[in-house]
Design a protein around this ligand. Structure first.
Ligand SMILES: [Zn+2]
Length: 631
């Protein structure tokens, strides 16, 4: 998998990036004795089973079974390819990569993605230059000025201006080797309806480059400067291989450090809300760019924060018009509403470990106007007062139901009960159930009956982690595990057991890799060993075997016992085969062959008996008989 980048460079990158330090940028790691734990970002769990070890430089989740070295973590977490991961970690550690890394030798898909990044980065640069230097850019400059966006923010977020021309970017791209059909692929230009050529898609707009978590430009968003009735106010790049809306949060690449430091993330809706908060010094904030919060968003945030605060505009009249006709969770409720997609993602968050709160700004304010008018401290004070999501729903739904009537109470209970029983935290669950009793006057017994009905209707709960392959405990697994932990015995095992005698294919591949590294004495770098295993299942397995606790006592004895057991199994299988051959020879009356087979059978049986003897005695016998112990 690392064919295109020299191995010594990969190793240097790995040496210079400590796995604990890097993963700590993604997950809050809690340490003990060189091993660190966190909630697994790859499956939903309530107690941490995701483990990272500094000494071995690997990670493994005992819940879902994933594992590997730092490269594999980044690939999985950031959805990056191997070359992308190498480039990312190289940059982080200040290692210079050879120029040809994305040459014709890299995979076609990688080369294609790299081209998409290239075009978006080119466009961002073009728009940024237009904003800063061009006369037409004046209009956008003064717009940003009236919105209170300063020069530093313009640079930091690489804001731009798309001039009101039909071919500005088209020509700029062509001069730099990007042909119109490829620019059309990332939605920067469009083909004319009559099929004769292309035109710029973004015109007369303030431009916002949209970056992925590593800071690469994956898309662009543009806000119209003049409110033309026929054009959409906001226009975004279409989805591509490198841009998936539901997995992206605007600003996260700049906010992630602050989010981790605060343990909390504020979620706003627009570019300018986010930039404005950043400018005021509040940097633990991301924007959803108008889409509902998705499961992917929640999962992404869960890795950085314990608490997410949804910041909603106070001005709901305008919003209700904008959202009219969509599916509301809180139907008929004008003051507080959420698109239903929001709610289901949030419910998932609540089942996990992310505490979701809701913060409503005063009437007439959005985050941008509020922070500019009232300042940073006033906003942070509001954040501290944010209401837990369930409490918010209890209130909001109370307004939507007639709690004086029996029907109203029942409808209210039925709406909220499923949400409450799914809360991950037992204390919260109990608290909100009693709150429900208090608000409705419904007797706890009746609530329990309703709950019972709910449970009997619910489908069997899905397993929290997908079941993961793990070979059954036996001499093969134990042998590989022991050798992974005690490298000094590898050559000892290699002398006695060819790797092809191991039946389980994953264990066989791992043993082969261990043998091929074949150290005489010293240490094998497990993180490097993982590089030799192209199969994810095998890597997961290595990480698990290395991290599973195993006693250090009688290592040699245990290894020898495993070797003996595998060899015995092998001999027994051979004996069984010979027996069948002997029967066949007998039936055919081939006495010469039968005699030959009988001799071999007797020889093999002797080996079997020898193997049953204790190790010390056995080696003497081997020497005495002048026969190698190998079979
Ligand atoms: Zn996991």
């Amino acid at each position: 998998m690392a064919d295109h980048i020299p191995q010594d460079i990969i190793e240097e990158i790995r040496r210079r990036n400590d796995i604990v330090e890097v993963i700590a940028e993604y997950l809050p790691l809690k340490g003990s004795g060189g091993n660190y734990k966190a909630l697994c970002p790859f499956h939903s769990e309530k107690t941490p089973s995701f483990t990272v070890t500094r000494q071995k430089q690997i990670f493994h989740c005992f819940g879902c079974g994933v594992g590997g070295n730092l490269f594999h973590f980044i690939m999985k977490y950031e959805h990056m390819s191997f070359p992308e991961t190498v480039a990312y970690l190289a940059k982080r550690a200040g290692v210079t990569l050879p120029k040809s890394r994305f040459s014709a030798t890299s995979s076609p898909l990688e080369a294609h993605k790299e081209q998409l990044y290239g075009m978006n980065e080119l466009a961002a640069k073009y728009f940024h230059e237009r904003l800063l230097n061009s006369p037409q850019g004046e209009k956008a400059r003064s717009y940003l000025q009236t919105r209170g966006i300063d020069q530093h923010s313009i640079e930091r977020f690489h804001l731009g201006y798309a001039p009101a021309s039909w071919d500005g970017l088209l020509r700029y791209g062509a001069e730099r080797g990007f042909q119109p059909p490829t620019l059309a692929e990332v939605g920067l230009v469009k083909a004319r309806d009559d099929g004769r050529g292309f035109y710029d898609r973004f015109r007369d707009r303030v431009m916002f480059p949209i970056c992925n978590v590593t800071g690469r430009v994956v898309a662009l968003g543009g806000r119209l400067l003049d409110n033309l009735p026929e054009a959409p106010k906001y226009l975004n790049s279409p989805e591509t291989t490198i841009y998936k809306k539901g997995t992206l949060l605007y600003g996260l690449h700049l906010a992630k450090q602050a989010i981790r430091a605060e343990g909390r993330v504020l979620i706003v809706e627009g570019y300018l809300d986010l930039i404005s908060l950043f400018q005021s010094g509040i940097e633990h904030v991301v924007a959803t760019l108008g889409t509902a919060l998705t499961r992917n968003h929640v999962q992404l945030l869960n890795a950085y924060a314990k608490e997410a605060v949804l910041v909603f505009d106070g001005d709901t009249a305008g919003r209700s018009a904008a959202l009219r006709g969509k599916d509301y969770f809180l139907q008929g409720h004008v003051r507080y509403f959420l698109p239903s997609a929001h709610v289901s993602s949030l419910m998932e968050a609540l089942e996990g470990d992310l505490h979701v709160k809701v913060m409503l700004l005063p009437q007439g304010h959005d985050p941008d106007t509020f922070v500019q008018a009232e300042g940073r401290d006033a906003l942070l004070a509001k954040v501290r007062e944010a209401q837990p999501f369930i409490e918010f729903l209890l209130d909001a739904e109370a307004d939507g139901h007639d709690l004086a009537s029996v029907q109203g109470k029942l409808a209210y209970v039925r709406k909220l009960l499923p949400l409450i029983v799914n809360l991950g935290n037992q204390v919260e669950r109990t608290e909100y159930l009693s709150e429900l009793v208090k608000r409705t006057g419904v007797a706890p017994a009746a609530l329990a009956a309703e709950l019972h009905k709910l449970k009997s209707r619910a489908p069997a709960s899905a397993p929290t982690a997908e079941s993961h392959y793990f070979p059954p405990l036996g001499p093969e697994r134990l042998l590989v595990q022991l050798l992974l932990l005690h490298h000094g015995w590898i050559s000892h095992a290699q002398a006695q057991l060819p790797s092809d005698r191991v039946q389980e294919p994953n264990l066989r591949a791992i043993l082969q890799a261990l043998y091929s590294l074949a150290p005489d004495t010293g240490e094998i770098d497990v993180a490097a060993l993982l590089e030799r295993l192209p199969d994810e299942q095998q890597r997961d397995l290595v990480a698990r075997l290395v991290l599973e606790p195993l006693g250090d006592e009688g290592v040699q004895q245990q290894i020898d016992d495993c070797l003996t057991a595998i060899q015995r199994r092998d001999i027994e299988a051979q004996l069984k085969g010979l027996k069948e051959e002997m029967h066949a020879a007998e039936r055919q009356g081939d006495m010469v062959r039968l005699a030959h087979l009988q001799r071999r059978f007797a020889e093999l049986r002797r080996t079997l008996i020898t193997r049953a003897q204790p190790a010390a005695q056995r080696s003497e016998t081997s020497v005495a008989s002048g026969r190698a112990p190998q079979i």
